[in-house]
Ligand binder design. Structure first.
Ligand code: SAM
Ligand code: DTB
Ligand code: SF4
Length: 332
């Protein structure tokens, strides 16, 4: 039997393990699918209600014109993807989108900016936005690029709950995708966010031409962080014409589901988010992702610049699966 024994999922102190070896994680990807799903589902039920999905809604608060060269991204100024660069949205525009997200059933509002890193002079305005979005009763998340520790401290003081900053892929494959910032830069930002006391949202992308080894390497990098990210977004590459990764070979849905299951098994207390890529995903694949332990999705018909399933499609899917959201308001 090549199953990973349950005892391996916990350290001797009883905490969730951060000492996974890469070989252990690689072995998860080769488990017979029913065994993998059983393990993922068993762990999922230890920590979560398997019928519940959390909804986060995204808003691009500063779109396009980014100096970085992330090969997947429609917002890099280095590629001609048709995304028009715009300035930071004003507070009222952000707040009205946040109210709409709340009405649509979201419990968290995630604000993204196409920056390498924010300028110190932007932080006060961002803090004001955090304060007002929180006052609506939403959890707040921002993804603004690299942060210094003082910037993280200021955002934390304003009440920012989560900061999203992805490792994106394995350390080995990373250089094929991004050259303008290093893996270590990303780890440094994650340490600043953690040090400031914010919750960490950190995951990556599947479907960029990476190998199974790289998927295992990405999950290993996440699951061996000093503390697991509270939220782990697993994105399926959204292919955008003009971005270098447009045309990358498609991942088989079962291989995508395996990555979700590996995240669930190695980081059992984290929310695992089935993130970008749902627009082109079948209901059956999404259902398998939930079975594999995904318990969060993005709601709203747009991610940052690309489409996401409309609310009625998601509502119909969740109804068919007899699953529910943790919405405080609205109908989703
Ligand atoms: N500019 C900031 C940064 O990169 O840190 C924040 C925004 S960036 C768009 C946030 C994340 O979105 C990226 O790290 C990447 O994982 C994901 N992402 C961007 N474009 C994507 C695409 N085409 N498909 C899937 N995920 C994507
Ligand atoms: C994450 O991991 N996925 C989200 C969020 N964090 C910021 C972004 C997905 C972006 C997909 C491409 C786009 O819409 O521009
Ligand atoms: Fe810029 Fe972020 Fe896109 Fe990279 S992922 S090009 S940093 S917006």
């Amino acid at each position: 039997m090549n199953a990973v024994p349950q005892s391996l999922h916990r350290s001797e102190s009883g905490d969730v393990r951060t000492d996974w070896t890469r070989a252990e994680i690689r072995a998860l990807f080769d488990l017979p699918f029913p065994e993998l799903m059983f393990q993922a589902q068993s762990l999922h039920r230890r920590y979560f209600d398997p019928a519940k999905v959390q909804l986060s809604t995204l808003l691009s608060i500063k779109t396009g014109g980014c100096p970085e060269d992330c090969a997947y991204c429609p917002q890099s100024a280095q590629y001609d993807t048709g995304v028009k660069a715009s300035k930071l949205l004003d507070r009222e525009t952000v707040l009205s989108a946040a109210r709409e997200a709340l009405a649509g059933g979201a419990t968290r509002f995630c604000m993204g900016a196409a920056w390498r890193s924010p300028k110190d002079r932007d932080i006060d305005g961002l803090c004001g936005i955090v304060d007002e979005v929180k006052a609506l009763g939403l959890e707040t998340c921002m993804t603004l690029g690299m942060l210094t520790r003082p910037q993280a401290d200021r955002l934390k003081s304003a009440g920012l709950d989560y900061y999203n900053h992805n490792l994106d892929t394995s350390p080995e494959f990373y250089g094929e995708v991004i050259t303008t910032r290093t893996y270590q830069d990303r780890l440094d930002t994650l340490a600043h966010v953690r040090g400031a006391g914010m919750s960490v949202c950190c995951g990556g992308i599947v479907g960029m031409g990476e190998s199974v080894e790289d998927r295992a390497g990405m999950i290993h990098a996440l699951a061996t962080l000093p503390t697991h990210p509270e939220s782990v977004p697993i994105n399926l590459l959204v292919q955008v014409e003009g971005a270098p990764l447009h045309g990358a070979g498609r991942v088989h849905p079962i291989d995508f589901v395996r990555t979700i299951a590996a995240a669930r098994i190695t980081m059992p207390r984290s929310m695992v988010r089935l993130s970008a890529g749902r627009e082109d995903m079948s209901d059956e694949t999404q259902a398998l992702c939930f079975l594999a332990g995904a318990n969060s999705i993005f709601s709203g018909d747009r991610l940052l610049t690309t489409p996401n399933p409309a609310g009625d499609r998601d509502a119909a899917l969740l109804a068919r699966l007899r699953m529910a959201t943790d919405a405080k308001a609205g109908s989703a």
